[in-house]
Design a protein around this ligand. Structure first.
Ligand code: ZN
Length: 184
């Protein structure tokens, strides 16, 4: 059991080597439990604006996206469900056991809403941004890992309440609907 979260200081420079992010083995540094909610990204204000513009296209591969300069791996602000303490982590690299034989496709739909309709929302898979979705729009992206956490942030990097955790099946499809919260 090596549950200790070790985040190298130069992690931000190693983004291209992390081709399948995972939060599956990340644990709360206070109680070592893997039961937490992502509250948002740290220091996202400003930085997140503009970054999303490059991710408007459908079907960005996570691995491909992460080779781009504007890929974002930011520390995640989290709150433990067990001890309620807040902490920060970076997404980990998925272990080989977590990798699916064939990627699973996620079809993410942001349902129309009149409130805040002009604001782009950012979709994050396992702590890495995979796309930006407008009001009433959908994006599709592959997931390469079995255990996944989705969350959505506003332009300031603040996550909407609730994360969506799901287990992906090799070659499968997952439909996710979102309207200020996950609807499944
Ligand atoms: Zn805890």
């Amino acid at each position: 059991m090596e549950n200790v979260q070790t985040v190298p200081a130069q992690a931000a420079e190693q983004t291209t080597s992390i081709n399948a992010p995972s939060l599956h083995s990340a644990v709360c540094p206070h109680c070592q439990k893997n039961d937490f909610v992502v509250l948002g990204t740290k220091g996202a204000k400003g930085a997140a604006i503009g970054v999303g513009m490059a991710f408007g296209a459908i079907g960005n591969l996570v691995a491909d996206s992460m080779n781009k300069d504007d890929a974002t791996i930011k520390p995640l602000r989290c709150q433990c469900n067990a001890c309620r303490k807040k902490f920060e982590i970076l997404p980990l690299k998925a272990t080989p056991e977590e990798i699916l034989e064939t990627p699973c496709t996620v079809n993410f739909t942001r349902l129309s809403s009149f409130v805040g309709m002009a604001v782009a929302q950012h979709v994050w898979l396992n702590g890495v941004k995979v796309g930006t979705v407008g009001n009433g729009k959908s994006i599709s992206f592959p997931v390469h890992t079995k255990y996944n956490t989705l969350f959505v942030t506003d332009q300031y990097g603040v996550a909407f309440k609730g994360n969506y955790k799901f287990e992906a099946v090799s070659g499968g499809t997952v439909d996710v609907r979102f309207k200020k919260k996950f609807l499944q």
